[in-house]
Design a protein around this ligand. Sequence first.
Ligand code: UDP
Length: 384
Amino acid sequence: MANIKVLSVFGTRPEAIKMAPVCRALSETGGIASVCCVTGQQRDLLPPMLAHFGIKPDYDLNIMGHNQTLTDITVNALTGLEPILREEKPDVLLCHGDTSTTLAAALAAFYQKIPVGHVEAGLRTYDRYSPYPEEMNRTVVSRLAMFHFCPTVQNKRNLEKEGVARHLYVTGNTVIDAISQTVAGDYDFSSPTLQEIVGRDGPIVLVTAHRRENYGIPLENICRAILDLTQKFPDLRVIWPEHPSPVVRGTIYPLVRGKPNIYLVGPLDVLQMHRLMAKCTFVMTDSGGLQEEAPALGKPVLVLRRETERPEAIEAGTAILAGIERERITKLACALIEDAGLYNKMASAVNPYGDGHASRRIISFLQWHFGRLAAPLDEFEVQA
Ligand code: UDP
């Protein structure tokens, strides 16, 4: 019987981290020919992630340009993918999440009638401009895709409500598979600076913020809340692997750079990032990935957004929607530092996002669909 040919396409840091375990598992599975194409939507952030997971892309579209617009990304990815799809003729194209790369990949495959498997399907805020453009990207991809790999039951229900009737399958989030590869055994930090900062006594808050909706005043509010915290708790360290976006740096540098106990350490490779998360006291973030990863590592999360497409952690009690106002963020962070009862309750709540076997489930589903397996693995269920 011929191999099932699976072409995986991704282009940004979070996609690489979340698709890496899938690509690795695909290449280790007999009867599957795995081909990997990166678009290079985030040129600088991608290679360290690929190197860590040992992924050598078969194709690199290298589309990232100076001041690239959403149109540039989509058009260049769409144009670049067309000949690759014609040449490779995969049985299925896998794309991930909600970026412009995801949308372009799904559309390119649809144009050639190649079935699309959407990994991390069904997340929604139901606000078309928040997150922007991600909410619309993922909504459109749900129309283009044939197989919907939903991290949670809630994501599956979202799609059912939208009338997606077939091939919905709850897998858990592949980022939890990635964590089991990055935070294993004993480890140190390869950066001596990080090793030294982490080694001191006192609470550590891990901060990231980069979303377009938080550009401007919200990001300034976040910085001011962080300054409030470091002033109130002299032994508190804030470690902020700041996003390289000039807009983010342009806002945060004048406010927090060089301030006592605030460490802007630049983008970290995934190993250091996950390990830092495992060592920190709690996380303050607007990142989607961190909202999923932190609960898996037993770390409370303050979500620095007005809404989230990841309500599961809030319902499970591992995360609080802190919003983007300085006073509320400060108040909640103080509570996490001062109220041991609250902290322990959040730190010990159940991780709703996965059990580390999402990649295996996705592959079993494809094997079943293409007639190589009698049934896919059981769907992911949260263990109480
Ligand atoms: N991440 C990383 N280094 C960093 C910041 C983030 O490895 O300096 C990882 C993080 O652990 C998560 C992913 O990148 O797996 C999240 O990426 P990002 O916050 O850019 O995007 P989002 O999750 O919001 O889509």
